[in-house]
Design a protein around this ligand. Structure first.
Ligand SMILES: Cc1cc2nc3c(=O)[nH]c(=O)nc-3n(C[C@H](O)[C@H](O)[C@H](O)COP(=O)(O)OP(=O)(O)OC[C@H]3O[C@@H](n4cnc5c(N)ncnc54)[C@H](O)[C@@H]3O)c2cc1C
Length: 476
């Protein structure tokens, strides 16, 4: 006689507190918690990137421990996995949290139908958003395309987000011992040693997420509104990867922050969570967001094909110090500060005139927090082709950005140590430094550190005229 179980399908919610699906299952007898590595259904570009897989490996290991070694893991098409589980168990019910990526919506609908056809009920919950995309809409019933009204008129006047709930009081978990794969056999860790140092600074588990949140509330939040722009300062939360993988829910963060009082810093931080909601809103209502310009006039943009320049950008060898610092931070830590993401993005798209999708793909592979909604919405924003995007003529000057936001060069010198002895005045534009000064700093441009791969002024003018041609094109 097969054993009666309820299944909780963990996906992007790798925690046990504030987990409505786990609580519902725990009220329904024995629970079989499972994770399925699905490389079958996503489009190739949307399979987990290399850094994501490293984070996922550590997250699953931790979740398995939190579940008393009861997490069953599988790889393949979820329909096939559920079909086999249904042969071995008397499945009473399947529970999961909803996902919003277009391919996951389609897949989940198919899995749900498959299970229901077998007579197995499925219940899904909201476990990863404050407001689901269909709950916020303009008065005329259409989706928002501009952030401020979305957040202020839409979110803040809607039903408040769900209050977080504790972990289930009594959880009777079982494992599928014969068929579950080990986490190691999912082969999430790459062969290169690159990933070892990458994961070291992070405590990749639910407890680590809670510690990070508490540290941020004590040390970063009181300075957040202004301090969030300074990459050398510890005033940002660094919670994005925990949010991406669900070691924390946005509800847990939202209510902890709200409990700190109504200040400009708490308001600003909550509005950044609002940007995350906005990205999901856009992805849900405009599912081609990851691949297609939201503003169709950009389809005619004369992007350049420059593989050598793209490689230099990826490797942090552009000769523009703050850009190289950001790209090396990404490679070495799996993270990049938001201000620097905007600077390197603007440089790729507007100085090198390379298609924003190259940047989106590289970030997707290298970021621990690689998130389809946030990444594609942010890249479209940087390129100027998205909803509520930075206007095309807003081209960051990486020299003045460095001088303004890294005034003592602490961040830039950390990742570009070749320039550590170059005085602040020339740190962000070493090509303009007198040669004697560079010599004293031990730098020969082109040998110790690259010469700039583009001239900032002429490339800026080229970008402005390329963008202006679009404007004329759309007017004609
Ligand atoms: C080109 C580009 C690509 C990006 N790709 C991603 C990505 O793949 N995944 C990702 O999570 N974020 C992405 N972002 C947004 C942002 O840079 C990161 O969320 C932020 O840097 C994470 O650091 P933090 O957790 O310390 O943020 P905090 O400043 O502490 O903010 C708290 C949380 O708010 C959310 N948030 C903050 N800023 C934004 C934003 N601009 N858009 C959406 N949500 C935001 C994040 O969930 C973040 O964890 C990208 C930004 C740019 C410019």
């Amino acid at each position: 006689m097969p054993q009666a179980v309820s299944i909780v399908w963990f996906r992007q919610d790798l925690r046990i507190t504030d987990h409505p699906a786990l609580v519902a299952a725990s009220n329904n007898g024995r629970v079989l918690p499972c994770f399925i590595l699905d490389d079958v259904n996503p489009p190739k570009q949307q399979q987990h990137g290399a850094a994501s897989r490293v984070w996922l490996h550590h997250s699953l290991t931790a979740l398995n421990q939190d579940l008393d070694n009861c997490l069953s893991c599988y790889a393949g098409d979820p329909i096939r996995v559920f079909a086999q589980l249904a042969e071995r168990y008397d499945i009473q019910h399947v529970y999961w949290h909803r996902c919003y990526e277009p391919w996951r919506i389609q897949r989940d609908q198919a899995v749900k139908k498959f299970l229901q056809d077998l007579g197995i009920p499925v219940t899904s919950f909201n476990g990863s958003l404050l407001w689901e995309p269909w709950t916020i809409q303009k008065k005329d019933g259409t989706p928002y395309r501009v952030f401020t009204p979305f957040y202020k008129k839409g979110c803040l006047t809607a039903e408040p987000p769900r209050q977080p709930i504790p972990a289930p009081k009594a959880l009777h978990c079982i494992k599928d011992p014969e068929h579950s794969q080990s986490i190691t056999s999912l082969n999430l860790l790459p062969a290169q040693t690159w990933q070892q140092s990458l994961a070291e600074p992070w405590q990749i588990d639910e407890a680590g997420a809670q510690i990070r949140l508490t540290q941020f509330i004590q040390q970063g939040l009181p300075f957040y509104k202004e301090g969030r722009n300074v990459p050398a300062k510890p005033y940002i939360s660094r919670l994005s990867s925990y949010l991406r993988w669900g070691q924390l829910s946005p509800n847990q963060i939202w209510y902890r922050i709200q409990a700190q009082g109504d200040t400009p810093d708490t308001q600003h931080f909550c509005s950044e969570l609002g940007w995350r909601e906005f990205s999901y809103h856009l992805l849900f209502h405009f599912p081609t967001l990851p691949n297609t310009n939201l503003q169709a006039k950009f389809n005619a943009f004369p992007w350049q094909q420059q593989p050598t320049q793209l490689r230099a950008w990826q490797q942090g060898r552009t000769g523009i110090p703050i850009v190289d610092a950001g790209m090396r931070e990404l490679w070495q830590t799996g993270f990049m500060h938001n201000r620097v993401r905007m600077i390197v993005g603007s440089f790729l798209v507007k100085n090198l005139l390379l298609d924003w999708r190259h940047g989106e793909h590289w970030f997707w592979d290298c970021l621990f927090d690689a998130d389809l909604a946030n990444n594609s919405a942010s890249w479209q924003w940087v390129a100027g082709c998205g909803a509520d995007a930075a206007p095309y003529f807003r081209i960051f000057n990486p020299v003045t950005q460095g001088q303004k936001f890294d005034p003592h060069g602490t961040y830039t010198r950390r990742y570009v140590p070749e320039l550590k002895n170059v005085p602040d005045k020339y740190l962000f534009n070493p090509w303009e430094a007198p040669s004697l000064l560079l010599q004293e700093a031990g730098v020969l441009l082109g040998k110790h550190y690259p010469k700039p791969i583009v001239d900032l002024k002429t490339s800026r003018e080229a970008a402005l005229s390329a963008f202006a041609s679009l404007k004329q094109g759309s007017a004609s």
